[in-house]
Structure formats: structure tokens, C-alpha cells
Design a protein around this ligand. Structure first.
Ligand code: HEM
Length: 491
């Protein structure tokens, strides 16, 4: 059972490095503390605290302290008034051990629970339940998951050259902006770079074949993505307008229908080869292939990388005074020289510090902070210090920003950014068993039998290439609040 909890048989069984935990049988059985409050009122109060008065990190932390437990009952948004069909009751799991139950597909199921009990309308995805909404027991999940793994395998030969050429354009634009006006925002060039690079690798299509898609494809994806998940997103600056207008109801698909249809037409026309493969090798229909491709491109890849790479740039900026830049630059140039055509998956695998920095960014800034799963049957859930009874149908909610600070696992200053935490010298390889950004451990394998991100391997490698490219191109860089204010080009 413990080996299964990590989602893959190849993974080290879940037992925090030290001190070794008591075996589940020796842990006390405890009633799950917390509660859901009065009907309607309880969920509304929790929602206001979650979005407005506390914000998600404080919301979970305060309850953890109040109940003296990393496992407790609470409500999470969206809730009343216009989410009548959505049940906000969850059981929060906030330590590494209890969180890992989310990966055991024998005891949990993931049908329609990507963002808790709330699911955006399937109108946003061509009336299909795309891969992310399917449980592993559904045959369609196997077909589409294998299709997504195949896309990554086949595109691995063009992945690095496409990344580098798109990075060249991104940083040329940033250099020009810094030279002209003294600073450059990273957001827009980053989104354009990601859209170009990911469309090439995932759809096999060059956006420049359609002027409108080339200039606005990234904005079309932003709107389509943002509007469907708005009821679950904390912006935190517009209250009380945010509660009234963004978190009280779902926005209809027709607001972004025109743009979405343009993206569909583009994929249909330019992604013929990959669509054909979906049909012949994975038995999907043309329409299933198109809408799943768009979800993988827009939601999984473009959405995930946008958040992650902004966090990566921000961490590079924040860590400047620690001497990180010099160390990264030395490692990159020692291993791969100063020319970007020497960069490859193999070369960055050899850059221990670059990789550790990437993992530490994923630990403290997981791009998808919350993960959910529903109990497939009654089972006993174990935390570090107690056992709890979970009933079939109950929804588990893990909030990674707290889980990834579990002091029993990340023992050394768990809340501090230590860029060399994952190096061999610090036992970093062992810690990868507990790095969960991909809805599974970093040492696990994404397969059709689990719900781990298909790009679990390639995401950190791509981030390592992004960092290596940066420190080949520049001797130093200054980044603050998403703006690049100075670049010192490598001589
Ligand atoms: C930084 C970028 C990315 C992040 C942060 C990310 C994160 C995640 C997470 C957290 C999940 C699990 C969601 C859940 O069920 O709770 C997931 C699932 C998935 N991701 Fe990624 N992802 C990224 C990039 C990609 C890319 C490039 C692909 C391209 C193939 C991809 C394909 C998928 C697929 C197909 C699933 C669904 C897996 C399943 O249903 O079994 N992801 N991703």
C-alpha cells in the first residue's frame, strides 16, 4: 500500500528521510477535526476568508494551527449563490504523507475533479471531457494519456532547437526594450515565446502560417483559460468587486467562442499530422484529438509554463544577492561553454545546481497549487501523527504551498529558498521523492494508470535549459517585480 501511495511501483516507498515515522498501526485513530458550518452560511464565510480576508495560504495555515492537525474538514470555493450544484466540502491534507494519498489511484478517483467539485463547462472543450477530467478507470483516459506521452516523445528531437530559437527572439526583444527605455516587462515576450515554441512542439505547427494566430494566439489562450477558471482564482486586489463579479457565477463560453473557434480551425488545418496519428494509433476521433490538443497546448502547457517561468525569473531576481547568479553562470559555462547550440537535455542533466534551483522553485512556487481527488472507497488516511477514516465519495484537497514546507521532510529551513537543497551533497535525490508539483513524486513515472503530469520529466528539463540559456547569454541580470532592468551581456 505504501509503495502504491506514490503512484508508481518504481518509486521509493513514502517514508520521510528522518526521523522515521511510526508505522500506521502504531498511530492513533483520530476523528477528522474541523467542519463545514451551517448550510449556505458556512461555505460563504469560508469563501470570504479564502478569497478576501485571509487568502489561501493563511486560510489553510490558520485552520491547521487551530485544529493542531494537518488533516481537517473545511469548505473551499466556489460556493453559493450560483454554484448550487457544487459541493464545497473537502478534507484538507496538508503534510507530505497525507497528501500522497492523492496519487494512489486504487483508493481515489479523479473523474471531473481537476479543480475540486467545480468543473468548467465542457463547452470550453468542444463538448468533450478532455484528459484532465477523466479517471484512470475510463478507457478514453488511457487513449488520450498515451497520445500525450507520444506527442512529447516524438517532439523530443525538435524540442531543444525550437526552445532555443524562440528564446533568441524573446531575449532579443527584451534587450531592445531595456536599451530603449531602461526596463522591459517579461510577461508579453514570455507568452509570445511560449506560444510559438509549444505550438511547434505539441501541434507540430508554425503559428507564423496564420498572421492572426501568430500575433494573438497567446491572448486567445489567456482569455479562454482565464475565463473558465475565474471562480476558483484568487486575485486579491479587487475586493469586494472580485467576490461579486468574479467568484459568484461561471462566465459563459460564448464570450470566448469566436477566438476558440479560430484556434480550432488553426489546429485542424496545421496540425494534420498529429491529428492523423491520434486517429490511427490512439483510436481518437478527429474532434477528440483537436480539443484535447488545444487543452494540452493551452491549459496544461502554455498555462503551466507561463506561471512557472514567471516564478523562475522572479526567483532568479530575488536570489541575486545570495551569489546564485555567479554560481549558475560558472556551472553552465563549465559544463556547456557559452554557445547555446551546445545546450541539450543531456548537457543540463549534468548541471546539478541549475537543476536544484529549478526544483526548489517548483517546491516553493508549485504552478498548480491545489490538487484534489475523491475517495473511491472507504479507507484509512495516514498523516505523520494520526490515522483518519475517509468515507467513499469524500473529496480530498491538498494545498501544495504548505505541504512542500513539511518540516518532517524538508528538514533544513523548510520555508526558506535554498537553491542547493536538491544537490547530491544535501541528499537532494532522496528529497525528489517528495517533490509533488506534477501530481505525483518527481521520481515517479507518468502513465495511463495514474494522473501524473505527462510532462513530468520534460518540464524541469525545459526550465533548466531556460536557466542555462540565460546564464550563457548574460553575465548578469537584474529582475524586479517581473521587470528586467539591467542585462550584462556575455563578452
Ligand atoms: C510547467 C508546465 C506544466 C505544469 C506546471 C503542469 C502541471 C500538471 C499538473 C499539476 C497536472 C495534474 C492535474 C491534476 O489532476 O491535479 C497535470 C496533468 C497533465 N499534464 Fe501537465 N503540466 C505542465 C506542462 C505540461 C505539458 C508541456 C504537457 C504536454 C503534454 C502536459 C500534459 C499534461 C496532461 C496530459 C495531464 C493530464 C494527466 C492525466 O489526466 O493523467 N503538461 N499537469
Amino acid at each position: 500500500m505504501m509503495a502504491k501511495m506514490t503512484g508508481s511501483p518504481s518509486v521509493t516507498p513514502l517514508s520521510p528521510p528522518s526521523p522515521s515515522p511510526p508505522s500506521p498501526s502504531s498511530l492513533p485513530l483520530r476523528a477528522i477535526p474541523g467542519g463545514y458550518g451551517w448550510p449556505v452560511v458556512g461555505p460563504i464565510i469560508d469563501r470570504l476568508n479564502y478569497f478576501w480576508f485571509q487568502g489561501p495560504p493563511t486560510f489553510f495555515k490558520k485552520r491547521m494551527e487551530k485544529y493542531k492537525s494537518t488533516v481537517f474538514r473545511t469548505n473551499v470555493p466556489p460556493t453559493f449563490p450560483w454554484f448550487l450544484g457544487v459541493n464545497p466540502n473537502v478534507i484538507a491534507v496538508l503534510d507530505v504523507k497525507s497528501f500522497s494519498h492523492l496519487f494512489d489511484m486504487e483508493i481515489v478517483e479523479k473523474a471531473n475533479v481537476l479543480v475540486g467539485d467545480f468543473m468548467p463547462s465542457v463547452k470550453y472543450t468542444g463538448d468533450f471531457r478532455v484528459c484532465a477530467y477523466l479517471d484512470t478507470s475510463e478507457a478514453k483516459h488511457t487513449q488520450i494519456k498515451n497520445f500525450s506521452l507520444d506527442i512529447l516523445k516524438r517532439s523530443s528531437t525538435i524540442w531543444v532547437p525550437s526552445l532555443i530559437s524562440s528564446l533568441d527572439s524573446m531575449w532579443d526583444k527584451i534587450d531592445a526594450d531595456v536599451a530603449n527605455s531602461g526596463s522591459a516587462s517579461s510577461f508579453l515576450p514570455m507568452q509570445q515565446f511560449l506560444f510559438r515554441f509549444l505550438t511547434r512542439c505539441i501541434v507540430g505547427a508554425d503559428p507564423s502560417t496564420s498572421p492572426e494566430i501568430a500575433s494573438s494566439g497567446h491572448i486567445m489562450l489567456d482569455k479562454w483559460l482565464g475565463i473558465q477558471i475565474l471562480p476558483t482564482v484568487n486575485i486579491g486586489i479587487l475586493q469586494p468587486l472580485e467576490e461579486l463579479f468574479l467568484h459568484s457565477f461561471s462566465y459563459p463560453f460564448w464570450l470566448v467562442k469566436g477566438d476558440y473557434n479560430k484556434l480550432v480551425q488553426f489546429v485542424e488545418k496545421e496540425g494534420k499530422e498529429v491529428i492523423q496519428r491520434a486517429q490511427t494509433e490512439f483510436n481518437l476521433t478527429e474532434q477528440e484529438a483537436i480539443h484535447n490538443l488545444l487543452f494540452i497546448l493551452g491549459f496544461n502547457a502554455f498555462g503551466g509554463f507561463t506561471i512557472f517561468f514567471l516564478a523562475l525569473l522572479s526567483a532568479i531576481g530575488d536570489q541575486k544577492s545570495t551569489g546564485l547568479h555567479e554560481k549558475l553562470r560558472d556551472e553552465v559555462r563549465q559544463k556547456s561553454g557559452s554557445n547555446s547550440n551546445t545546450l541539450s537535455f543531456e548537457s543540463v542533466k549534468d548541471m546539478e545546481l541549475v537543476q536544484s534551483f529549478v526544483y526548489e522553485t517548483l517546491r516553493l512556487n508549485p504552478p498548480v497549487p491545489s490538487q484534489f481527488a475523491r475517495a473511491r472507497k472507504d479507507f484509512k488516511l495516514t498523516s505523520h501523527d494520526a490515522v483518519y477514516e475517509i468515507k467513499k465519495g469524500e473529496l480530498l484537497c491538498g494545498y501544495q504551498p504548505l505541504v512542500m514546507k513539511d518540516a518532517k521532510v524538508f528538514e533544513e529551513s523548510p520555508a526558506t529558498f535554498l537553491y542547493d537543497r536538491f544537490t547530491r551533497e544535501k541528499g537532494g535525490t532522496e528529497l525528489l521523492n517528495y517533490l509533488y508539483w506534477s501530481n505525483g513524486p518527481q521520481t515517479g513515472s507518468a502513465t495511463a494508470a495514474n494522473k501524473q503530469c505527462a510532462a513530468k520529466e520534460i518540464v524541469p528539463l525545459t526550465a533548466a535549459l531556460f536557466v542555462a540559456y540565460l546564464f550563457q547569454r548574460y553575465d548578469d541580470i537584474t529582475i524586479s517585480s517581473g521587470s528586467i532592468t539591467a542585462v550584462e551581456k556575455s563578452k
